[in-house]
Write a protein of this length. Structure first.
Length: 125
């Protein structure tokens, strides 16, 4: 979750799926989760993390057969030099209380958590 100084969250619209989602991707063989986070942000958005990334939580993602877990980080310090690419159709920052109607399950659930709403079952992406 990349957060700008106004407290808005960066969401992306991929070329291969509907809706708005957090940027992310898979962890390569022999790659750490933190290294994968840095790599994916750089590849997808030209984003370089310039401060500490805070681990918010680790979630299970039963809806995605390719990935069973999501390591979710918060990033407040970064530089971004986006270049159009084959994966990202569009990116924008959204206030937590103004998500787009087609925001994905991940952003909707994380905003609910930030507001203190218990998710059932807990720990699900």
């Amino acid at each position: 979750m990349v957060v700008n100084p106004a407290g808005e969250m960066l969401l992306v619209r991929h070329t291969y799926m509907r809706g708005w989602h957090f940027p992310g991707g898979g962890v390569g063989k022999r790659e750490t989760v933190l290294a994968a986070m840095h790599r994916e942000l750089k590849e997808e958005l030209g984003l370089t993390v310039t401060g500490a990334a805070q681990l918010v939580g680790v979630y299970t993602n039963p809806g995605d057969p390719r990935a069973s877990h999501v390591a979710f980080y918060r990033i407040d310090a970064y530089e971004m030099d986006f270049r159009p690419n084959i994966e990202i159709a569009e990116w924008r920052f959204f206030a937590p209380d103004a998500l787009p109607p087609d925001a994905g399950r991940g952003p909707r659930n994380r905003v609910a958590e930030m507001k203190g709403a218990p998710l059932v079952p807990a720990g699900v992406w």
